[in-house]
Design a protein around this ligand. Structure first.
Ligand code: NAD
Length: 484
């Protein structure tokens, strides 16, 4: 049975779409049709933005409510999402191949946590302060919501990434028009059902399914005040150019090619589960994964063997099975892209120690074997470009300085990790790596700490108070000095 929608969630209503165009969604593991949703047209985006504008500008509306009033609505939204958590996880898994155990955690579990975290942050931290000035008077410094937000998200972790944006934006008092990726629109529609059940006020949230042209139309729309984008660096550059021309604030979470630095005292077998999570999670389809494994020359063979054994040991197959650790890639296009990188790696002289092909016995679905390359030079294409699949490159280094230099010799700077028996040493190496985030003997995005990249990995931060502040603008009122 397919999942089909015939209406769009626009401005709090299930609305007849402007055209009859539809987006088909296919299963990553069986290639079968899973369902279809209306494709939003520019006219639908116009309606969504106009409604978001009206809702934001309403002097008695969402943006002017007390934080606790918005928190009450967002709590209802969190509860409605929790009711759908299993189905959300299932839809994501069948669409993009994310192993179900991970989808339950990231896609079913994380969105309500983020809604509650940001609601509490806005409710419990002061949103304005009075500062004694240096000129005799004082100033009131107020945080106000930035306005109508255009949020554009990718397919790899669709719900968690959506709520990295929705939760702080809505809690701050913004209104949002969300454009999900066409590969994963079925979970976005389920999220819209939760929003409808929670009775978000009209115009506070709309969902416009569509491709990159529609995304480009949305982010340049005259009614939008702020853009929040997660996706490829190439698209990020195009969006940054548009936002630059419009002088429109933009948060960009883009690609990565992070380093997992194994120090000479590391005991990888003790931390192998965390190492897996930091390097190969979600079939390699996460931006912050440490896909360049840097290994000391003194223990190079040993590290290559450990990483090879890990990749070989992974349970690959039906992503709906609880025991599966590696599922298929999202699409035939993505599999072709990953396979072309594997061919490039071979062509440039790197050595495949495991994988390199399609797994035996899985004839349907866009599967690629977990693949490890040894003897990789950091200049190789597979060490410089983001592959976005289960492919690791093990690169040798001499001393710690060289490890840091190799880690930093990248266009990107998003994630990374250091593996060591000595956490202090790990932290001192982590401090030297040019990256927005990095872990010691683990990597996980904690909601309380800012996440984001430097260099070609992006601009701005999500999560933590910093993530909230990107949906706020400061207003200063210089108070009447005679009344001081
Ligand atoms: P993509 O850039 O092709 O598409 C992402 C989203 O943007 C989709 O919704 C797409 O329709 C839309 N889009 C594409 N071009 C656009 C444009 N010019 N204007 C407006 N919208 C546009 O990326 P993808 O292949 O779907 O996703 C994978 C990429 O996302 C990888 O590079 C990955 O590293 C990155 N990513 C980054 C983070 C992060 O937080 N830094 C998280 C997840 C994924």
């Amino acid at each position: 049975m397919t999942i089909d929608y015939d209406r769009l969630y626009l401005a709090g209503q299930w609305t007849e779409p402007a055209t009859e165009h539809r987006i088909d969604v296919h299963s990553a593991s069986t290639e079968e049709l899973l369902g279809a949703v209306p494709e939003a047209a520019e006219a639908d985006v116009d309606d969504a933005v106009a409604a978001a504008r009206r809702a934001f500008d309403d002097p008695a509306g969402w943006s002017r409510w007390e934080p606790h009033q918005r928190a009450d609505v967002l709590e209802r939204f969190a509860v409605a999402l929790e009711k759908r958590a299993q189905e959300t996880a299932r839809r994501v898994t069948v669409q993009n191949g994310m192993p179900i155990s991970l989808a339950q955690q990231f896609e079913g579990g994380f969105p309500p946590v983020l809604l509650r975290y940001f609601s509490e942050l806005v409710t419990c931290s002061p949103q304005e302060e009075t500062r004694p000035g240096m000129l005799g008077g004082s100033s009131r410094v107020i945080r106000e919501p930035v306005g109508v937000v255009a949020a554009v998200v990718p397919w790899n972790v669709p719900q968690a990434i959506t709520f990295l944006k929705l939760a702080p934006a809505l809690a701050a008092g913004c209104t949002v028009v969300l454009k999900p990726a066409p590969e994963t629109v079925l979970d976005a529609m389920l999220m819209a059902e939760a929003a409808a059940e929670a009775e978000l006020p009209a115009g506070v949230l709309s969902v416009v399914p569509g491709g990159r042209e529609l995304g480009a139309y949305l982010i340049a729309h005259p009614g939008v005040d702020k853009v929040s984008f997660t996706g490829s660096t190439a698209a990020g550059r195009a969006i940054a150019e548009t936002c630059g021309r419009l002088l429109r604030p933009v948060t960009l979470e883009l690609g990565g090619k992070s380093a997992a630095i194994v120090l000479d005292d590391a005991n990888l077998s003790e931390t192998i589960e965390s190492f897996f999570a930091a390097t190969l999670l979600n079939n390699g389809q996460i931006c912050w994964l440490g896909t360049r494994v840097l290994a000391p020359r003194s223990r190079y063979g040993e590290v290559v063997d450990a990483v090879t054994d890990l990749a070989r040991s992974l349970a690959i197959g039906d992503p709906l099975a609880e025991t599966t650790q590696v599922g298929p890639l999202v699409s035939a296009r993505q599999r072709d892209r990953v396979e072309s990188y594997i061919a490039k790696g071979r062509g440039e002289g790197a050595r495949v120690t495991t994988g390199g092909g399609r797994p035996a016995g899985l004839d349907r679905g866009w599967f690629v074997e977990p693949t490890v390359f040894a003897d990789v030079d950091n200049q190789h294409t597979i060490a410089q470009e983001e592959i976005f699949g289960p492919v690791l490159s093990v690169i040798p280094y001499g001393d710690e300085d060289e490890a840091v230099a190799i880690a930093n010799a990248s266009e990107y700077g998003l994630g990374g990790s250091v593996w060591t028996a000595d956490p202090d040493r790990g932290e001192s190496v982590a401090r030297r790596v040019e990256s927005g985030t990095i872990g010691v003997n683990a990597y996980a995005n904690d909601p309380t700490a800012p996440f984001g990249g430097i260099k070609s990995s992006g601009i701005g931060r999500e999560l933590g108070p910093e993530g909230l502040h990107s949906y706020q603008v400061f207003k200063t009122i210089y108070l009447d000095p005679s009344k001081g």
